[in-house]
Design a protein. Structure first.
Length: 106
């Protein structure tokens, strides 16, 4: 029997790896990744998610302050899982794209 979508990549090690990968991207690229994730939501959804414009000052501050950078990374991590749990995005597809972006940036 296949595992439910929300259990894929939902071990402690998997979550730690996703946070680590997010942290390797510059803040603006993290935001771009989240935007890409939002576009993966089924277009027939009544409400389509988008990255919040209120996060832009937070993102800019993340370049200069390590504590803010960490909080920004965690915020995007929670958004990642909200897209999986509430909008039905495939966590494997999202994390493979994240890995691809980190490799390209590195």
């Amino acid at each position: 029997m296949p595992r439910p979508r929300e259990l894929i990549l939902n071990t402690k090690d998997d979550r730690r790896e996703i946070i680590t990968l997010l942290g390797k991207l510059p803040p603006a690229e993290r935001r771009a990744f989240l935007g890409w994730c939002c576009r993966q939501v089924d277009q027939n959804c009544r409400t389509l998610p988008t990255p919040s414009r209120r996060d832009v000052p937070f993102m800019r501050l993340a370049y200069r302050d390590d504590d803010t950078d960490w909080r920004y990374t965690l915020s995007l991590f929670y958004d990642f899982w909200a897209l999986v749990m509430q909008y039905g995005c495939d966590p494997l597809t999202l994390s493979l794209e994240l890995e691809r972006r980190v490799r390209r940036a590195g």
